[in-house]
Write a protein that binds this ligand. Structure first.
Ligand SMILES: *[C@@H]1O[C@H](CO)[C@@H](O)[C@H](O)[C@H]1NC(C)=O
Length: 212
């Protein structure tokens, strides 16, 4: 009998190469609920129906009465189970006049942003060391893209509400809001780290931590 065990590392490497890129689906769909992380079992296809691929409510304006003046209504796999394993999702963004969607990143998705109503300023910042800031004023009908992982923001600079529809290249894009992550971590990041990192005094850091 021939021993093929020497092939095992090669096999393992090819498998890891296969999974280094976006996994392609091997079936029509894999409806899951309610977590939407892509690692739970698929719902029995015989029990799947049209409603598993359906979400209603993207026409409803989000409540922007909050400190940032904006609201995101996500339609990710956790809201629409049929998105599971498909690598795509959508969200509605409402921004009140002079409100902002604060600087944040999506660790798992590129975002393509379409303005349905209003006028806003958008921007994103590139990686170190350049930290280039790309910014643009958008009007109704304009489309802008935020590359995966980069910090970006939006600000309504008009007197009317902004309504935008965004598509994301993940069923579960994730959101890291910079201020919340840095100043609102649980348990908190030592103020010694933050005073040095931001070159601010301890009182200012404590104040910022109390805000988040
Ligand atoms: C919007 O949110 C604010 C603050 O939480 C709340 O007071 C208000 O009732 C909400 N408005 C609607 C229409 O739900």
């Amino acid at each position: 009998m021939t021993n093929f065990s020497f092939l095992l590392p090669v096999l393992a490497l090819s498998i890891s190469l296969v999974f280094a890129v976006d996994a392609s689906t091997l079936q029509d769909f894999c409806v899951t609920n309610p977590i939407g992380q892509g690692n739970s079992e698929c719902k029995d296809p015989k029990l799947v129906g049209a409603n598993d691929f359906f979400f209603s409510g993207i026409h409803i304006a989000g409540n922007t009465t909050n400190p940032s003046g904006s609201k995101v209504t996500p339609v990710f796999a956790s809201q629409l189970p049929g998105l599971n394993t498909l690598g795509i999702s959508i969200a509605r963004i409402d921004i009140a006049p002079w409100g902002i969607n604060p600087p944040h990143t999506h660790p798992r998705a590129t975002e393509i942003f379409t303005v349905l109503e209003g006028t806003l300023e958008v921007g994103f910042i590139t990686s170190n060391p350049d930290n280039r800031h790309f910014t643009k004023v958008l009007q109704k009908g304009d489309v802008f893209v935020f590359p995966i992982g980069l910090i970006h923001y939006q600000r309504n600079i008009g007197y009317d509400n902004v309504v935008a529809l965004v598509a994301l290249s993940s069923q579960n894009p994730g959101v890291i809001t910079i201020g919340n992550a840095v100043f609102g971590a649980t348990p908190e990041i030592s103020s010694d780290v933050l005073t040095k990192a931001f070159q601010l005094d301890k009182n200012t850091i404590n104040y910022l931590q109390s805000k988040f």
